[in-house]
Design a protein around this ligand. Structure first.
Ligand code: SME
Length: 161
């Protein structure tokens, strides 16, 4: 039903295809765990050069690990800590070209060198983050940020948070 091979075309083609398949995957389903699990799996299947892709959700005032692909990760992250907690505190995406130069970066997988974190915001309320890690330095740029912000806004609209 879904293409599960990494795409080799242009970045625009990749993100068009990711958006198209995300729409298909989430259609008719609003369950948070199901949609987050499938979205993480789809990103993992299609997007090259990632070593971690998944979600953290705000619960009781801290981020708690949600569905993901990659190595087991730290379970709880305080708001304001690490790249994920900073994205929540600032209510903005964090594009980190070199995680080793980011004060307070939380190293879940020593293979990670760059990171993109997009907060999940619905009706002005932050519910968590989408977190992407790459073994490549400078893996993410503004095109990636814009594309994943669009993906996250679709996810947030299509899911009961
Ligand atoms: N590096 C993140 C922690 C989560 S893992 O990358 C999966 C951070 O600094 O918030």
């Amino acid at each position: 039903m879904f293409v599960v091979e990494k795409l080799s075309g242009s970045k625009a083609e990749l993100y068009d295809e990711l958006a198209r398949q995300t729409r298909g995957l989430l259609e008719g389903e609003r369950d948070l765990i199901a949609n987050a699990a499938n979205t993480a799996a789809l990103i993992w299947a299609l997007v090259p050069d990632l070593n971690w892709a998944g979600f953290y959700f705000l619960k009781g005032g801290e981020l708690v690990l949600g569905p993901f692909q990659g190595k087991p990760a730290c379970v709880r992250i305080a708001v304001g800590k690490g790249v994920c907690g900073t994205a929540v505190a600032r209510r903005t995406s964090m594009l980190v070209e070199d995680v080793h130069a980011f004060p307070g970066h939380i190293a879940c997988d020593s293979a990670s060198n760059s990171e993109l974190v997009v907060p999940l915001i619905q009706n002005g309320v932050v519910h968590g983050v989408l977190d992407l890690d790459s073994p490549l330095l400078g893996r993410f740029d503004e095109d990636d940020r814009v594309a994943f912000e669009k993906l996250v806004s679709f996810f947030v609209a299509a899911t009961d948070l």
